[in-house]
Design a protein around this ligand. Sequence first.
Ligand code: GLN
Length: 217
Amino acid sequence: MSEIRIPNIYKKRMEERKMNTNNQLTVGILGFQGDFLEHQHILSALKVNTKIVKYEDELDDVDGLIIPGGESTTINMLMEDDFRVKLVEKAKQGFPIFGTCAGAIILAKRIIDGTNFQKPLGLIDIEVKRNAYGRQKDSFSVVINIFDSYIRAVFIRAPEITKIGPKVKELASFEELPILVQEDNILVSTFHPELSANPILHSYFLNMINQYKSKLS
Ligand code: GLN
């Protein structure tokens, strides 16, 4: 019988997994497209381990996941079915996920005007409308107050949260619309916190991950 050959990419991942034996948390960032490196920079500045993930087996190496802003149709298309199934399974068990802008669309239960977008993950009970604040040229930023701290919220072809379910908490709003919401382990912002100098939302998400990890141990 011929020997099974393990491709180098898998060997490398297996090695990395063995090396990550300390108890420090690792934040996964979905790395197909969009602002994943900006999230990584903020977390590195907070001295947190990060890992860019794209495939199902890599979800075993991380304690939470950020789905960045970018183009939701592209990111959604590139997520493979086994990745999607595992992410939903893990989320149901409390695995924390933070979706920003396009990430919010991917996590939503319902998308209106969801042209070319068939399969949102449905992990948070919100309805969103894509590109509701206009096109790229209509991008803007506003300073908002969140958790008693000021943060510059950058909106780029942002979705609007048009409905929230009874269990969803509104954490921040702008012009009477929710822009930061949470349902249990799922956190969603319609703006780009990774483009702000203030890491308060990343710290908040790290707290969610720490709580999840302490329940596991
Ligand atoms: N409008 C984009 C989409 O539908 C989201 C824009 C963003 O993430 N900045 O995917």
